[in-house]
Design a binder for this molecule. Structure first.
Ligand code: HEC
Ligand code: HEC
Ligand code: HEC
Ligand code: HEC
Length: 183
């Protein structure tokens, strides 16, 4: 009897230990890369978000870390190249700090600050049937923002950046906005 109780207690504890990890596994969406998003978000009819992003500074953010200028600061500050420095990668790249298993073949770190940096890893929401339904897409990991200036941009556009320029949401947003066409 005592043994049975002990066993029950063990099972009880074990189920708790297991639950969060199963949950986390279910929630771990993968990064698919900008080309995948571009498959549908390239067309003029849908607003050409891919081209707008590609022409923006965000698409070049990783390449900026591959410059001499970047290495100079990074070496001085932390004794390593900028592309190897998490303190630079955190604002100039995506997916550098997640398990390799979460990066699909089509994901490219060279794409810098990309769709999924802001909208969340897309493996589970990129399907047409899910994307067409905003609610479903959000449930599958799509991130949207009610107040992007304060919720999103200032995570990177802040004085921690060695080249910080005063951030003005209206002005900066005008340069990167990529809305769906009005219906
Ligand atoms: C198979 C086609 C397809 C792919 C791939 C795709 N999308 Fe979409 N996306 C759509 C459609 C369709 C809509 C709904 C709007 C519309 O009808 O044009 C949409 C809407 C969105 C919206 C706006 C949601 C809303 O309703 O306000 C965002 C943000 C978005 N997609 C981001 C992405 C990102 C990021 C990726 C890549 C990870 C991606 N999409 C991949 C087809 C796609
Ligand atoms: C993950 C970090 C990150 C987030 C989030 C982010 N940015 Fe950026 N942004 C950067 C980096 C890094 C650069 C510099 C890229 C380069 O030139 O190499 C940049 C550059 C820019 C530029 C060009 C600035 C210039 O000097 O011409 C604009 C405009 C901009 N971002 C707007 C925004 C807006 C608006 C938001 C929020 C909707 C935002 N960014 C969110 C990292 C970020
Ligand atoms: C807190 C986010 C953040 C961090 C951390 C960060 N950067 Fe940046 N970086 C930016 C943003 C945003 C810009 C674009 C300038 C702006 O609008 O503020 C930028 C611009 C740059 C530029 C282009 C400067 C120019 O205008 O010519 C270089 C080079 C650069 N960063 C290198 C680095 C290096 C090297 C590190 C690490 C030591 C680093 N950054 C860390 C956000 C960041
Ligand atoms: C720097 C962050 C950032 C990047 C990079 C980015 N987006 Fe967005 N995107 C936003 C924000 C902020 C909005 C405004 C809507 C919201 O979230 O409330 C938005 C809006 C959209 C919308 C329109 C929603 C609507 O209702 O009009 C689509 C579609 C979209 N993004 C797709 C993409 C795709 C595809 C890429 C890559 C090619 C991309 N985004 C890259 C931040 C970003």
């Amino acid at each position: 009897m005592k043994l049975l109780k002990l066993f029950a207690a063990f099972l009880f504890l074990f189920s708790f230990a297991l639950a969060p990890s199963t949950f986390a596994q279910k929630k771990a969406h993968k990064y698919v890369g900008t080309k995948k998003c571009g498959m549908c978000h390239r067309s003029k009819k849908r607003g050409g978000q891919y081209q707008i992003w590609k022409a923006s500074a965000h698409a070049k953010a990783y390449k900026t870390l591959q410059t001499k200028e970047a290495d100079k600061i990074s070496m001085k500050q932390d004794g390593k190249k900028a592309v190897d420095n998490p303190k630079c990668l955190k604002c100039h790249a995506t997916g550098y700090n997640v398990a390799k298993s979460l990066l699909t073949k089509s994901f490219k770190i060279e794409d810098g600050v990309q769709c999924e940096t802001c909208h969340g890893p897309g493996s589970d929401y990129k399907k047409m049937s899910v994307m067409k339904n905003k609610k479903k897409a959000i449930a599958a990991g799509l991130k949207m923002y009610a107040d992007p200036g304060n919720e999103l941009c200032v995570k990177c556009h802040n004085p921690e950046s060695p080249f910080y320029k005063k951030f003005n949401f209206e002005k900066f947003w005008a340069k990167i906005k990529h809305p769906l066409p009005k219906k």
